[in-house]
Each structure stands twice: as C-alpha cells, then as structure tokens.
Ligand binder design. Structure first.
Ligand SMILES: *[C@@H]1O[C@H](CO)[C@@H](O)[C@H](O)[C@H]1NC(C)=O
Length: 352
C-alpha cells in the first residue's frame, strides 16, 4: 500500500543504440535514434519480498469491497505548501493524460494505455474501474494550516479543512483526494519508510469516509530514495554510477509522478482497503503497485528495472502524455496476464 524505501546499493547503466528504428507518431524527429537502457535495480529492491515479478503464485485476491467504478473519477488536489506553477502543470498534465483521448489516434505507449490495466479490475457487481479521470477541484493550503510537518492524522485535518471550503465538496460517489506536499514539508515516515500512501478518512475527523492519497515531493529531502532512478546516493555517484535524467527536468516532481501513478493504481482498485490485495494481513496489504515496484519495462524484474528509452536529450521515459509530455511510470499487476504489465514507448519501436 505504501511505497517503501529504495535503498540504492548498485546501479549500472548499459546502453545500446538502435540502428534502424521508425519514428513513432508522437515523437519528434530528433528521436529517430533513441537508446534503450535497462539499469540494474538497487539490491534491496530486487531482493524485496514484495517484488514478485511475474508469477502465477502471486496470491492477489478480491475481498468483496468496492473499486472506483463511478465515471469519471474526480480527483480533488490539495497543494500543501508552496508549489511552483510549472510543477503543478506537470502533475496535472499527467493526471489529465489518464482519460482516453477523444480522437482515436493509433494506440502508442500513453498514460491512457497504462491505465487500461487498472480498468480490468472489477468489484462484485462486475463494475470495472473507470477509465475516465478528471481534476474536479484544487485547493491550495500554501500557508500549511497544519504546520510544515504532517502526520497521517493531521493530513485528515487538511482534507477536513478543504472539504469545509466550498467549492471543494464531500464527493462520496466519484471522489478521490490527493494531498501533494511540497519540498519543504516533512511527513511522518517520509523518506524513512514511505514515499507515498493511500488510505481513507475517518468520519470523526472529516465527517465522511473518503479515499485519499498522499505523495510528497522528495526533491530536497531524499530524491535518491523517492525519486529513484533520477537521483542516486552520493556514495554511488562517487563510484561513477549516474542518475538517469528525468523526462521533464524536475527530479523531485518527475520522481513523484511514478509514485502518484502507483498510489492511484492502488487507490482505484482498493479504495477502502477491502477490494484487491495480496497477503493475508489487511493492515499490510500488498497491492497491485507494490507487486511491480521498480519495474518499468520489458525485461524488468530479476534485478533489472526493465528496458526504457533514453531520448537524444538523454531523458529517460516509457510513456507519452498530453501536451507532448513524457513520463517514466512503473508498471502494475494485470489480473488477466498475472504479471506486471504496461505500455512502453520502446515496445512500439520494436514492432517496426
Ligand atoms: C472489465 O473487466 C473485465 C475483467 O477483467 C474485462 O474482461 C473487461 O475487458 C473490462 N472492461 C473494460 C472496459 O476494461
């Protein structure tokens, strides 16, 4: 449920250059010769018990609760702390890339294609997770109403303040609430145990049971932990192990995007922690993002993050989004394939 630390101990980047690849429709021509890379995962991650790769033995079960099936999913964003407009735009562009585009352009590796795997999850009424997602409201708590250190409980107070402030409604039907904390805000367990988590609010604090997720910008506090592979620990950099270049030139926020994706995937398939998870312990469920942590492309698992593309500006990515954006987003567990899956800009190249 929560994205744990990735303690980096080993990262090597090997790359090979494609000799003849076609330019995919959404790629500018200067990317005719992108590179394919498949870096090693940090040892702690590849040997993690929660990292299962592809296996029929993964015991992902449905526990009879609801999934986010009402369409569209309405995301209410709480910007906690000071955010730069371009950072907000980047995160919003990612969220707005989830819904399928209205024009039926050739399906390449898009965020909308990535979300398709989530739509394979259903509840006991056979309702699928919705494929449509909108940003239904934004609330800026730039003065940090609950201070510059948040706990799991004070976070609910932040949501409570937001839903008492019209027009940020209590949306039982379609709502998911997203608290995004800025670089200078510290959070209970942030960097030490989690990079983000999702849960639901309590009626005694917020007045309703609402699914929410928190993700922090680790840029100043622990990018080598929560924005991996865009940052590596200094002892590794000294050994010549480079960090990968983020697709949108913002280590903290580009790193956050994959954590946001991870939490959204889990929140939509397990919003009240009684739907889709593996393991027998509901207080420590292993969810569909956890099962594929650290896997971004084909050849991932067994100690590798999987093959992803590096464009000619050196930016690493696997998905395209709206406004010509590129993102590097981890894969998720498919209930049909019983494996980690996702689209990859690279796979498109290989077919041609
Ligand atoms: C809904 O989920 C079922 C079961 O995984 C799947 O067969 C079906 O294609 C899904 N529908 C959509 C629209 O994704």
């Amino acid at each position: 449920m929560s994205l744990p630390l990735l303690i980096s101990s080993l990262l090597t980047v090997s790359s090979l250059t494609l000799s003849s690849v076609a330019s995919p429709p959404m790629v500018e021509t200067l990317e005719i010769k992108p590179q394919i890379i498949n870096p090693h995962l940090p040892k702690s991650l590849s040997s993690s018990k929660r990292f299962e790769g592809s296996s029929n033995l993964v015991n992902l079960k449905y526990h009879m609760g609801p999934v986010l099936s009402s369409s569209p999913i309405k995301v209410y964003i709480i910007w906690y702390g000071r955010w730069a407009p371009q950072q907000q735009l980047l995160i919003k562009d990612f969220l707005l890339s989830v819904s399928p585009p209205s024009s039926s352009s050739a399906a390449v590796a898009t965020v909308a294609e990535w979300w398709k795997t989530l739509a394979l999850y259903t509840d006991q009424t056979n309702a699928n997770v919705s494929r449509d997602l909108v940003i239904a409201g934004e609330y800026s708590d730039h003065k940090c109403s609950q201070g510059t250190h948040l706990t799991r409980l004070s976070m609910q107070q932040v949501i409570s303040n937001a839903v008492r402030t019209a027009p940020f409604p209590v949306d039982h039907r379609n709502g998911m609430y997203l608290i995004l904390s800025s670089v200078d805000v510290t959070v209970q367990d942030f960097c030490r145990a989690v990079c983000g988590f999702h849960y639901f609010t309590f009626p005694s604090v917020v007045g309703a049971t609402l699914p929410y997720a928190w993700i922090g910008n680790s840029g100043n506090q622990c990018p080598e932990v929560c924005a991996y592979p865009f940052a590596v620990p200094s002892y590794m950099a000294g050994g010549g192990t480079p960090a990968l270049r983020p697709p949108n030139a913002d280590v903290g926020v580009d790193g956050m995007i994959s954590v946001i994706a991870h939490e959204l995937a889990e929140l939509s398939t397990n919003p009240l922690i009684n739907a889709w998870y593996a393991g027998e312990d509901p207080t420590a469920p292993t969810e569909i993002g956890d099962l594929c942590e650290g896997v971004y492309g084909s050849g991932g698992g067994g100690g590798y993050m999987g093959q992803v593309l590096r464009d000619q500006q050196g930016r690493t990515f696997n998905l395209y989004g709206k406004s010509g954006r590129k993102f590097l987003v981890q894969w998720v567990w498919s209930p049909v394939l019983k494996a980690c899956t996702g689209p990859n800009a690279l796979d498109y190249l290989e077919k041609h």
